[in-house]
Design a protein around this ligand. Structure first.
Ligand SMILES: Cc1ncc(COP(=O)(O)O)c(C=O)c1O
Length: 433
């Protein structure tokens, strides 16, 4: 008889997953040697990087600088997803299968809470950062003339909801300048007025890599709480890229995903909301599983936790993979990961400065910078065209962003200084015409 108990099943799955399985055929591109990455100043490069790279096919198939767009997953994470899907499919409605599947979500909520400074009842599992953004944007009884403060460095997912609310309810947005080096807190203070309901800004910008620092966030949290304004951070580029502690940031809510810097399955996310703000975060989307009790005569009570934002049939295998991805990162150590990202970014900053043809659109100061490193190309260069040449001719994946001359080189711990050198060589070559 097969051991279908949760412990037996997941224990075997993760043990099997610990063996790296490289499922993609190697491409013709010579693999970038680790070279200097193993001796980064202040950065413990070494065998742990090599071992991690061996488990992430994309890390050796490409010069992979697109984690800010979509993160590659380690093979053991995919193995967990596959194992859960197959196990579930043996008898999705069978009680012994349900007993394996049903703890996946509570376990993941608890894990995310432990890993990222939240209480278990403050975490909801979503499918994307955008889902969290929608929970927040629909959490108010909007009136014409109500205002939201955003920045000029947003992803479309923190823009379109406000356009929608403008068209439906007459909600207005005020935009503050989040370019490197501006006074974020001062600008937001100046933007507040009696109609301000919400501030929704990036923890780390996808356009210029600027991070809201711990001090800035604490000052904003204090100021906005006193003003009665809801404070939301768009954390798509946060966890895995920079340290993330929900309680320490002091925001009311935080939306993020598993599929970028945490290297989880695509279509996984999490929404964090402070316990004290749960009742103020009004519900717009609900359904089966949002409720604690209900009857067919009009009565219901919602779950007394953030899990009330979840409803309907869920992608359990993906959530099991999300859990495995966080465990995989923890086994390496978030401090080690963040330290190496920062050392690699510093290396890229020095490299860009030494070449003199390029500017840097992202912040260069430690604390404000992140793994989202953004190069400003020479005047006649076009980041969109460059992106295609880098991908097509050199297997280097970077990304154009909002400014036509800005090229985003998202640097995760699995990247190397040799890959950064290769990327700069190619960028130099292609921007010289
Ligand atoms: C800052 C930011 N917000 C939101 C999103 C949307 O993320 P998701 O695809 O998880 O909804 C992204 C994706 O790149 C992003 O960078």
């Amino acid at each position: 008889m097969q051991d279908l108990s949760r412990r037996g099943f997941l224990g075997r799955t993760i043990a099997a997953a610990a063996v790296p399985v490289l499922s993609l055929a190697p491409r013709s591109r010579p693999q970038a040697p680790l070279g200097r990455a193993t001796a980064l100043p202040g950065g413990p490069g070494e065998r742990w990087v090599e071992r991690a790279r061996a488990e992430i096919p994309a890390a050796t198939n490409y010069g992979y600088f697109q984690t800010a767009g979509i993160g590659p997953s380690p093979t053991p994470v995919l193995d967990v997803v596959s194992a859960v899907l197959h196990r579930q499919n043996r008898g999705p409605a069978a009680p012994e299968v349900a007993s394996v599947i049903s703890p996946i979500e509570p376990d993941l909520r608890a894990h995310l809470a432990r890993a990222f400074g939240a209480r278990e009842n403050e975490v909801a599992l979503t499918h994307s950062t955008s889902e969290g953004l929608n929970i927040v944007s629909w959490a108010f009884n909007w009136k014409e003339g109500d205002e939201v403060v955003v920045t000029n460095q947003e992803h479309p997912s923190n823009v379109i909801p406000w356009y929608t609310l403008r068209d439906r309810f007459g909600v207005r947005t005020r935009v503050v300048d989040f370019s490197a080096g501006t006074d974020l807190v001062g600008q937001i203070r100046a933007a507040l007025n009696a109609r301000t309901r919400l501030v929704s800004i990036p923890h780390v910008s996808r356009n210029n890599g600027r991070r809201v620092t711990a001090d800035e966030s604490a000052a904003l949290a204090d100021m906005l709480r006193k003003a009665g304004v809801y404070y939301h951070l768009d954390g798509a580029q946060g966890p895995g890229c920079v340290p993330f502690d929900f309680a320490a940031l002091g925001c009311d809510a935080y939306s993020t995903c598993g599929h970028k810097w945490l290297l989880g399955p695509k279509g996984t996310g999490a929404f964090f909301v402070r316990e004290a703000m749960l009742e103020r975060t009004l519900m717009s989307w609900t359904g089966a599983h949002s409720h604690a009790t209900m009857d067919y005569e009009g009565g219901y009570t919602l779950l007394p936790s953030a899990a009330r934002f979840e409803f309907g049939t869920r992608a359990h295998a993906d959530f099991a993979g999300f859990d495995a991805a966080v465990s995989w990162m923890e086994a390496i150590g978030f401090d080690r990961i963040h330290g190496r990202i920062d050392a690699l970014v510093e290396y890229a900053i020095e490299k860009a400065r030494s070449l003199r043809r390029f500017g840097i659109a992202s912040p260069v100061e430690a604390g404000a910078r992140s793994g989202v490193f953004v190069l400003r190309l020479p005047e006649d260069a076009d980041a969109g065209a460059l992106y295609h040449r880098l991908a097509g001719e050199k297997d280097i994946l970077a990304s154009p962003v909002r400014e036509a001359r800005d090229l985003r080189i998202a640097i995760h711990f699995f990247n190397t200084t040799d890959e950064i050198d290769e990327a700069f060589d190619a960028i130099e070559q292609f921007t010289r015409g």
